[in-house]
Every structure is written in structure tokens, then in C-alpha cells.
Ligand binder design. Sequence first.
Ligand code: SF4
Length: 406
Amino acid sequence: MIFSLGSRILSTVDPQCLAKIAWNFGFKGARSVLLFQKRMKQGVYFPPFLYLSILNSCNLRCQGCWVDVEAPRNAIDLDTLNRTVNNAREHGNAFFGILGGEPFMHPELLDFLAQHPDCYFQVFTNGQLITEKTAKALRQLGNATPLVSVEGTSTVSDERRGKVDVLNRTLRGLQNCLDQKLLTGVATSLCKSNIDDLLTVEWLQKLIDMGVHYTWYHTYRPVGPKICSELALTPQQITQVRKFVTSQRAKMPIAIVDAYYDHNGQALCPMATGISHHVAPTGAIEPCPIIQFATENIKDERGIYETFTSSAFLKDFRETAAQHTRGCIVLERPDLVKALATKHGAKDTTVRQTAIAELDSMTPRSSQWVEEEIPEKHWMYALAKRFFYHDFGVYQGLKAKPPVTK
Ligand code: SF4
């Protein structure tokens, strides 16, 4: 698998992009995790991976979306984005996730990327606004990988994303990325309506035949103003996803990303481990994208390092989550999320101002923390996770067992 995946990437990705992937993401990304661990030992938490939602606007209307896409535009301005990245870089960070809304609707996105040639950015996009011209500009910059979301067959895509001809428009943007030899990924939020079509060897082979280099299977989070809980996977399906991912990683020449398990197959929450936190389009600093509460903002005078490392709110969220579950505190214990937000007098960061009501409407359900723990089958993933992506010891106090719910 490694040889065929490696030669595929080396022969289909622009050399300058390859160099930035290897150095900015590979070397400096790994170093930022080691620095994170070193700080943790001194009780200082600053995430090596920051996820920035640079605006709320989007051209699609997806089921289960928690972003205020209907609301007037909130976008983080270029100066604030630059100040944030520069301050994080001063503390060893090099990798940033760029989300929205739809990031390519932000008029300053390419200028922003251009001003940080020594960093690496993963742009979470529906791909529909990636024209040939935009893809060419990304190639010249070399420091960003588009992660294009595909949510199903043509019919399911229209249904899932609330528009027409969604899949064709997305595939056009995806093809522009591949034609410009960008390192390109495809993400799917697995749910009941697409798991049979997209959690298959046939779909992985189709991605490989298209020239896609990596894929990321998220699991659908039934949250937000229209939760569509009927789409959520069962614990058995969550286990099925884990089994599929670990077995195909060892066979198929396509990289498969996940954020919810360590090398032994133990579940984890990136927020609870402190490896990542989220910034909303208003600049509000949130524990993670679906916890829409905050007590701090990146526009604070102190700068983000000081703001993050001194946040009692983030600290309490990490520790409370780690004391109660290895899974998702939002899905399993929405009551705890509400209690923490209330305790800290946290601001509802949504424009719709219904975050508490949405928590009240949720029925606790299982998440990535299921009975069966399935370790990595391929040594490369096992090694990478053993040293750079695990629970960093935050679950030592946890006594509970995986919740047995629907
Ligand atoms: S709280 Fe849930 S959605 Fe947020 S990072 Fe943790 S597992 Fe993911």
C-alpha cells in the first residue's frame, strides 16, 4: 500500500506543494505536537491545531449544519486572521484548519494564505467555488490542501445539501484541484443516507481513479437548529466504520484520516485532549465547532496564546469531558455542556441565539466511544498515532464505560 500510495502522490502532486506538505505540515506539524506535549507537562494548554471558521456564509443548506448560513455575513477580517496565525506561529504552530460556511466565499482567503508561506492550511470546502483560476492560485501558493466534501450519490447529495445538481458542481471543483496537481482530499459525514454508498471499497476505488489522495470519514453529528437525528449512525454502524477504515488503510493506495481514535483503537475527543479548539466567524473561541459557547474572543488585546492558555472555560470543558467520556460530550451529555456554559456565564455564539434550547432538545446518544476497540492494522498509522495523535493521558480519571444507547 505505502509504495503505491507514495508513488501516486509523488507523481500527481506539484513538487512545490509536495515540499510544503513535507516541511510545513510534516516536520513542523509534528514539532508543534511535541511542543504541545511539553507545555502540557507544565500545565499549559495551547492547541497545535487551530480550526478557524473564517465566515458563516455558504451557498448550500446542509442537513444538520450548525452554522448560521442564513444570517448576514460574519467574516474574520484579514488583519485579525494574520494576527492570530502569527501569534500561534510564535508558539510553534504551523497547521491550521480553515472552515466556514464555505471558505471560498471569503474574499480575502487567497491573500490570507499567501501571507503565511511557512504554514500549512487544510481548507474544508464543498468545492463548488473552486474554479480553474482559484485552483491555479492555490498551486502557486502550494501551502493549502482542499478537503472537498461529498455527501452521497447525486440524489442524496441534493437532499443532504438542500440544493440541486450539488454533486456535479462539487465534482467540477474537485477536478479543477486535481488538474492543478494539488494534494486533494474528499470528506464525507457518514450518516444513514450515504453509508451504504460511500463506506465501500468501490467508492474508495472511484476516488483513487479520480486521482484523490486522501479521504476523511466524519460521523454525522445530529446538532444545530435542524438536527435530523434520523440520519445519525447506530453504535453498530460506528463500529462498522472503524473496522472498514482500519482494514482499508492497510490495502488501498489512498490515505484515510480520522480524528477520533488512537493507535490501540481507543476513542478520544480532540477537544478534551486539547489538541484542537475552534474559532467561530465572530472570532469567538469555542471548545469545538459544535459547542457554540465562548467566554473569550481572538480579538482580545492579549493575543490568542495568552487568551487560550488562561481560559478557565476551555480548561473546565476539557477536564469535564475527559472525566465523563472518551466520546463526544455534546452527543452523550448535552446536559453537561449546558451546565458548563451556564457556570461560566458563556456567551451563546450563534446569531440565532438558540444554542441552549438546542441542547435541551437533544436526546443523549452514543458517539465514537463504542464497546469494541479496534486497533490500527497498518504500522504507518499505528506509529504516527502512537507518537503524534493519542489521548495524551487526559483520560486517567475516567471510570465510566461506553454508553449503551441507540
Ligand atoms: S466534543 Fe464532540 S464534536 Fe467536539 S471535538 Fe469532541 S467529539 Fe468532536
